[in-house]
Write a protein that binds this ligand. Structure first.
Ligand code: NAD
Length: 460
């Protein structure tokens, strides 16, 4: 593997150095080809996602394939505009000059992706990296094997190895790749591995995007409409069997409506996935036995009020509700990343403040309330990656909204134009003529200090 890595990196470095990625029309054509290849392989992608995560056709199309088409569409339609040199107003101090900003590709980029949305989370960053003129080595997750294989096939049918190469393997491969010098690293995964990536990147001062996880609080105040609130929570929590980085991790519900909301959540689980979700076409599976064991361990000594059934062999984990009265447990200290929903009843808002500060900088924060201005104030108050009032997860859908974490939940952002910006260095330069050279800036200042101050005051 070491030899293969060296060969790929050497080839990609030479390819970038020869400015092969600088032609914007070529970049656009690659994206068009990528779209065609994905269309050709749609059913194989769906099949792979089913094998890896038990994803239904509808869910795969909505959350993975359509998502990628939307990213491709916006990149293909806007690439010329995004990549075009921008002219900006010049400073009077530089008179006369013309001032510009160029979107410069970083160069050779490394992408490491996770298993939970293995297609979308691998292809969406790649689209922006190619649109911006970079090369890519992509290492998808070893857990979502079937999707990784189809990713490799699609990429090798569209791109030459010099431009994009998928390398298949686990942490050992990722560690080896991180020993090399990259111009940009785009990592999506857990906080712990994110820290390893950041340390490695720091050795070469490599700019890095870290898309990480965390525990996302979801607050429901006493004014929220029970039915629609329950439905939107159930949808956001149990889609992809709870294995969504921006899923609500736990609920903090006003005690006055807790009982009613819990019953409606149970009702909605039954409506969306049936009385026995194991039989539902729409309910996914846990990625591996290791992850099932971890989820089961979180339930130890907890008060399960609904669900809890597990079938390790079939990687099935029932939608499970847990009533909690304390935040001191593995369940409340680790990211759940599965179909377990802890529910806590609060008395007053001071409690919420404390809880949210405990889970500082989550990737997402949600509040359900009829009082929209209160909801706005609430979301403004706390620091978090992104969120919603009266819904869960859906802020990811709009490509005009930058997506990413803050602090513990990551750094950097992408989607739509933000992905292009992530993979570009915005290089400023000015261009001046030689025929005129205003003497005001040059020392000695002694005789021109008055004039200099007067001139500067004009632009202060
Ligand atoms: P993970 O961190 O275990 O693995 C992610 C990738 O890193 C995989 O490709 C894996 O092979 C690689 N890796 C594992 N160990 C490594 C090491 N020591 N050095 C270098 N690379 C290593 O994450 P996961 O289990 O695949 O995904 C789940 C996590 O990802 C959750 O925490 C979830 O919240 C987060 N996530 C975040 C986002 C986001 O957009 N912010 C999206 C999806 C998932």
């Amino acid at each position: 593997m070491k030899n293969l890595i060296n060969t790929v990196i050497t080839k990609q470095k030479a390819f970038f150095k020869s400015r092969n990625t600088f032609d914007v029309t070529k970049r656009k054509n690659y994206l068009i080809e990528l779209r065609k290849e994905i269309r050709k392989n749609e059913s194989e992608i769906e099949h792979a996602l089913f094998k890896d995560l038990g994803k239904s056709e509808g869910e795969s199309y909505l959350t993975e394939i359509h998502f990628v088409y939307a990213e491709l569409k916006i990149a293909i339609n806007n690439i010329e505009k995004w990549a075009k040199r921008k002219s900006v107003r010049s400073s009077l101090l530089n008179f006369p000059s013309s001032d510009y900003i160029i979107a410069q590709p970083f160069g050779n980029t490394l992408h490491i992706s996770p298993w939970n949305y293995p297609f979308q989370l691998s292809i969406a960053p790649l689209i922006g990296a190619i649109a911006a003129g970079n090369t890519v080595v992509l290492k998808p997750s070893e857990y979502s094997k079937n999707t990784s294989i189809i990713l490799e096939k699609i990429v090798s049918n569209v791109f030459e190895d010099e431009l994009v190469k998928v390398l298949l393997g686990g942490p050992e491969l990722a560690k080896e790749l991180l020993n090399h010098q990259w111009d940009y690293i785009f990592f999506t995964g857990s906080v712990n591995v994110g820290k390893i990536v950041a340390k490695k990147a720091a050795v070469n001062l490599t700019p890095t995007t870290l898309e990480l996880g965390g525990k996302n609080p979801c607050i429901v105040d006493e004014t929220a409409s029970i039915k629609v609130t329950a439905k939107r929570i159930v949808w956001g929590k149990f889609i992809n069997c709870g294995q969504t980085c921006i899923a609500p991790d736990f609920l903090i519900v006003n005690k006055r409506i807790k009982q009613k909301l819990t019953l409606e959540i149970i009702n909605q689980i039954k409506i969306l996935y049936g009385k026995n979700p194991q039989k539902s076409d729409s309910y996914g599976r846990i990625i591996s036995n290791k992850h099932i064991k971890f989820l089961s361990s979180l339930l130890k000594d907890q008060k399960i009020i609904y669900g809890g059934k597990v079938d390790v062999k079939l990687k099935y984990f029932e939608p499970t509700l847990v009533e909690i009265s304390s935040f001191k447990s593995d369940l409340m200290e680790q990211e759940i990343f599965g179909p377990i929903l802890p529910i806590y009843g609060y008395d007053n808002f001071d409690e919420i403040d404390q809880i949210i500060y405990k889970y500082k900088n989550p990737l997402a924060l949600y509040i359900f309330t009829k009082n929209r201005s209160f909801g706005e104030k609430f979301l403004r108050k706390y620091s978090f990656g992104g969120g919603a009032i009266n819904d869960t997860v859906v802020h990811i859908i709009n490509d005009r909204l930058p997506f990413g974490g803050i602090g513990n939940s990551g750094m950097g952002k992408y989607h739509g134009e933000s992905t292009f910006k992530t993979f570009s260095h915005f290089k400023p330069y000015i261009s001046k003529p030689l025929w005129i050279d205003i003497p005001l800036r040059y020392p000695p200042f002694k005789n021109k200090i008055k004039l200099l101050k007067k001139a500067l005051k004009l632009i202060q």
